[in-house]
Design a protein around this ligand. Structure first.
Ligand code: MG
Length: 381
């Protein structure tokens, strides 16, 4: 604290002293004003940024070559926290809706980013949805807090990167020769792969991958199977092919069918589209073996961490997933990922115009740096 600054106690004491000079009073008043002016507000800025995909991304229901996004910064105490909203169309948010949401945020009512629970509670109440926009604010706050304290985000949560499981890498649905080439390339770098099923050629795709590698595989059906008996037969066949987990096999609202399937399935069945936020976690028990948590679905790191802990209380497995994202949002999930059973954080590896560096792929694992906050830095464009 600057000893020359006239604080409130000095000022009150001074004013009660008989004979105090008018000059001294004037100095104190001037200094009080300057202290008030020094109180710093968090500065929020943001801009749209489109992510370009290395290969067309094909799901059971759609295909695309780019993902809209919004990059966000919060500045405070001489540091900048980075955040990001990634906006695949099926989530229902757009760059326009995120920008409109972010313009409504007023951080001047908070004295510092350390009021995290209050800030994020206020942001969450602005609208019911906009989860990716909220995640952008949450991620930037965590980056900023880590930088202000000089520690990596995983340390803020008491986690160690030594425990981070290998990430899956998603093989795109394509012609068999393209699948073979992609699988060959991926098998040299990754310890576990993921493939999207749910169309009419599921078994052909698995056989094509198995002609190249015996690596463990996760399959993500993206709600693509429309009959529980068909789903169960498929899962038995997949188990014989070395698949280790099935993600969202049935439509997200088919709770009874999901419970029936999970009870009989020889493989763990995880919910993705059926679970979004912490209020959904309790509902999952009895219907699925585990949940896929994504920062863009659940409003960010803080709620994701709460969901992980609640899932554990409910004896549910945990997967940490992502959208196509820059290394900013991927880093945010990577810092949480030692608490997960399955890690699916390949989003930054699927784009050609990343804005950040700081995540390294090592022996099939996505690892953070030990720098403060998210441990990322901007790539010079
Ligand atoms: Mg999924």
């Amino acid at each position: 604290m600057n000893q020359n600054i006239c604080n409130r106690r000095t000022f009150l004491t001074a004013t009660t002293l008989a004979g105090v000079s008018a000059v001294f009073l004037k100095q104190c008043l001037a200094q009080s004003v300057s202290v008030a002016q020094e109180k710093e507000a968090m500065k929020l800025s943001f801009r749209p940024y489109e992510l370009k995909l290395n290969h067309p991304f094909t799901l059971a229901t759609s295909s695309r070559t780019a993902t809209p996004g919004v990059q966000l910064e919060i500045e405070f105490g001489g540091k900048i926290g980075y955040g990001e909203a990634a906006l695949p169309p099926y989530l229902g948010e757009s760059a326009e809706s995120v920008l409109a949401f972010l313009k409504r945020i007023d951080l001047t009512m908070f004295s510092s980013p350390f009021e995290t629970e209050d800030i994020l509670g206020y942001v969450d109440k602005i609208t019911e949805n906009n989860t990716a926009a909220k995640a952008a604010v949450d991620i930037a706050l965590h980056d900023l807090i880590g930088k202000l304290l000089g520690v990596p985000c995983y340390q803020l949560l008491g986690l160690s990167p030594k425990q981070i499981p290998p990430t899956t890498f998603t093989i795109s649905i394509a012609q068999p020769d393209v699948i073979r080439t992609q699988t060959q390339e991926a098998a040299g770098k990754f310890k576990i792969l993921k493939v999207k099923l749910g169309r009419d050629n599921d078994k052909d795709i698995i056989e094509t991958i198995r002609s190249v590698t015996d690596l463990p595989l996760i399959v993500d059906v993206n709600q693509g199977w429309k009959n529980k008996h068909f789903a169960l037969d498929n899962i038995y066949w997949l188990k014989e092919k070395g698949i280790v987990m099935v993600e969202q096999p049935l439509p997200k609202s088919w709770w009874e069918e999901a419970g029936w399937l999970t009870e009989r399935s020889p493989l763990p069945v995880f919910a993705d589209e059926s679970v979004q936020r912490i209020s959904d976690v309790m509902k999952i028990k009895g219907y699925f073996s585990g949940i896929n948590i994504k920062l863009m679905k659940c409003t960010g790191m803080r709620e994701a961490w709460k969901m992980i802990n609640l899932a554990r209380v409910c004896h549910l497995g945990v997967m940490l997933g992502c959208m196509t994202e820059t290394s900013c949002a991927i880093a945010a999930a990577v810092h949480l990922s030692s608490a997960a059973d399955f890690v699916d954080l390949d989003g930054n590896l699927l784009i050609s115009n990343d804005l950040f560096q700081g995540i390294r792929l090592e022996n099939g694992r996505q690892l953070p740096t030990d720098l403060s906050g998210l441990g990322i830095s901007k790539i010079e464009q």
